[in-house]
Ligand binder design. Structure first.
Ligand code: FEO
Ligand code: CA
Ligand code: CA
Ligand code: CA
Length: 600
């Protein structure tokens, strides 16, 4: 890609990297190093990681597996200290253990390897690399065993009671924590996404709408803990206690994290907050990541109060939940060709359809508790727009415009009654996904109507998919496929990570900068690429410090314990000096006297 990026973080875009390459690539002039990886001890009481002797007790004090959402926040009063908060979405037992099926203790290791981590950081100078602090005051692991409090209108509902929690108010643990958001009041939101995969269901319609199957799960947690099996009397409702946005206060390591029922229950990718600068009203924007699912917005009843942390921590407990409907202005655009409409833009108007008003349901035939626990079924009744897998939905802190990554949907337009393309999801067999830009009417976070347009229809301009880059010359952009996570730099540029590009365009996933304004609108430039079979997650762009942080999730995912497909990050030593592939293993073995095993 010709040309170099402008702005505070100047870089020459990297070339796309073939999907067979086990490398982490950054632009020339940049270097990289790992901050923390699976098994690193957060506490001095934890043993050093030993892949051949993993215990649940050790893992509960060590960094977890498969990192997705990430935030890195320097302390306001001391920029040489800070925190890192990270989601551990799921596990890859075939890479973690040499045997299968797993023992009950190994299943417990998996339960302790998921959830979240809060880790203190320190650095020698602003803009320098961070090191994590063992025994940092705020260090915390949140796992499948951590107690969460349900709040909002469905807390205490019969739908949320189990024999372990007859009050329906306290849940053990969280799982499938995918993306998230850092709130203006300094807490972290985390989306419980593909929780269905952890529950052995009964085959009810409610379960089916969420993908829960009436059979043993591949993770097998139900062999270690009855509550993952809805067929065990007393645990019929356990899965209904997952699928929420959870809020964690990283400043208070002994605080009880909460599950906000007011934000509804679905496969939450994450949630991102926008505070209306004029009214102080707070909106949370959210996606339900599955083919043909919906986009949602929550608006708080109460207003944000600058500096009043305790008050602001109650904002997501009460408010109104809405689901999005997108109407195009070019009705003929239903052929699935992905061609540009006659008016030159994929665009139109939209409505936020209200599902709840505080403790009141606005959905015919459903109680408030039913709407918040069976939110997909509630939304189904209100005719919202079925989208191409909504991932991150994030407002720009600078303009208030909302950017949603619709990662892909290869079932769109391929048959079925609701599979037809529309202007907001214009491409049949949508392999590479798209990005939608939403402007709330009057720029109010509580608007019930909005306008929208597609910013990107992703793909490789040299490939066979029709692509669109907001009018920018496709010959001068980096190919991009399967947008997933969204971030902004200090100059208001959009940054996107991708998940799934290797399957779709045979290039490793990466991180991309996208211009939003003026002549650079739609200009896509690749900043980095992750190793083979990894997805890029949780980007944090500190362009003023010339630093970028990403999670490298599941490198070498299609390999096995015996035959790793990726050695990331073990092919870099402590001095950040590159090893040749293959050399890393022996060098580390020499150093540690053991055969090193990849630990993403
Ligand atoms: Fe966990 Fe929607 O990605
Ligand atoms: Ca149009
Ligand atoms: Ca994601
Ligand atoms: Ca993903």
């Amino acid at each position: 890609v010709p040309g170099s990026a402008n702005g505070k973080l100047k870089f020459n875009p990297i070339a796309p990297v073939a999907s067979t390459v086990d490398d982490f690539n950054v632009p020339s002039g940049f270097k990289w190093e790992p901050i923390i990886r699976w098994g690193d001890p957060l506490f001095s009481s934890a043993p050093e990681f030993d892949i051949n002797n993993q215990t649940a007790e050790a893992q509960a004090q060590q960094f977890g597996y498969n990192n997705d959402y990430l935030t890195v926040v320097p302390d306001p009063d001391n920029p040489l200290r800070g925190i890192l908060v990270n989601n551990h979405e799921y596990i890859n037992p075939a890479l973690m253990f040499p045997n299968s099926p797993l023992s009950v203790e190994q299943l417990r290791v998996c339960m302790m390897a998921t959830g979240l981590a809060v880790v203190e950081l320190e650095r020698k100078k602003v803009g320098g690399p961070w090191n994590y602090v063992v025994d940092g005051r705020r260090n915390r692991r949140i796992t499948a065993d951590t107690t969460f409090e349900l709040d909002g209108p469905a807390a205490g509902s019969d739908l949320l009671k189990t024999k372990a929690d007859p009050e329906g108010r306290f849940v053990s643990g969280t799982n499938s924590n995918c993306s998230g958001g850092y709130t203006p009041w300094g807490t972290v939101l985390s989306g419980e996404e593909k929780f269905d995969g952890f529950f052995f269901g009964r085959g009810t319609d409610e379960e089916k709408r969420y993908g829960i199957k009436n059979k043993a799960t591949s993770y097998g947690w139900e062999r270690a803990d009855d509550r993952f099996n809805a067929n065990v009397p007393g645990f019929e409702n356990e899965a209904q206690r997952f699928g929420y946005v959870v809020e964690v206060d990283p400043e208070e390591p002994t605080s009880t994290p909460r599950k906000h029922t007011a934000l509804g229950r679905f496969k939450h990718e994450g949630a991102n907050i926008h505070v209306d600068p004029k009214t102080g009203k707070v909106a949370a924007y959210m996606g339900d990541d599955q083919k043909f699912e919906y986009m949602y917005k929550f608006v708080s009843s109460k207003n944000y109060i600058e500096g009043d942390r305790e008050h602001n921590k109650t904002l997501l407990s009460e408010g109104s939940l809405f689901v999005g409907r997108f109407t195009g202005d070019t009705p003929s655009l239903i052929d699935g060709s992905g061609r540009l409409p006659e008016d030159g833009e994929f665009d139109g108007v939209g409505e936020w359809i209200q599902l709840t008003d505080g403790n009141k349901s606005l959905v015919p035939g459903m109680s408030i508790e039913e709407v918040l626990v069976f939110t997909r079924q509630a939304a189904d009744k209100m005719n919202p727009t079925k989208m191409d897998r909504p991932e991150d939905v994030e407002p720009s802190p600078y303009t208030g415009k909302i950017y949603a990554a619709l990662t892909n949907n290869t079932d769109r337009g391929m048959g079925g009654t609701f599979a037809r393309p529309d202007e907001a999801n214009p491409r049949a067999n949508n392999r590479s996904g798209h990005v939608i830009e939403i402007t709330e009417d009057n720029n109010r976070v509580d608007a019930k109507t909005f306008t929208w347009n597609l910013l990107l229809v992703c793909g490789d301009p040299a490939g066979d998919e029709p692509v669109y880059f907001a009018g920018y010359d496709p010959a001068r952009v980096s190919p991009i496929s399967c947008p997933d996570n969204v971030a902004f730099d200090s100059e208001g540029n959009l940054w996107l990570t991708t998940d799934g590009a290797p399957d779709k365009i045979q290039k490793n996933d990466g991180l991309f900068k996208v211009g939003l304004e003026g002549a650079n609108r739609g200009k896509v430039e690749q900043f980095l690429s992750v190793p083979r079979e990894a997805e890029t997650c949780g980007p944090v762009i500190h362009d003023q410090e010339k630093m970028v942080y990403v999670c490298v999730q599941h490198p070498g995912e299609d390999g096995s314990f015996a035959e790793p497909h990726s050695y990331f990050p073990d092919y870099v030593n402590k001095k950040n000096k590159w090893f040749k592939k293959g050399q890393a293993q022996s060098t580390l073995a020499e150093k540690h006297g053991v055969l090193a095993h990849p630990r993403p």
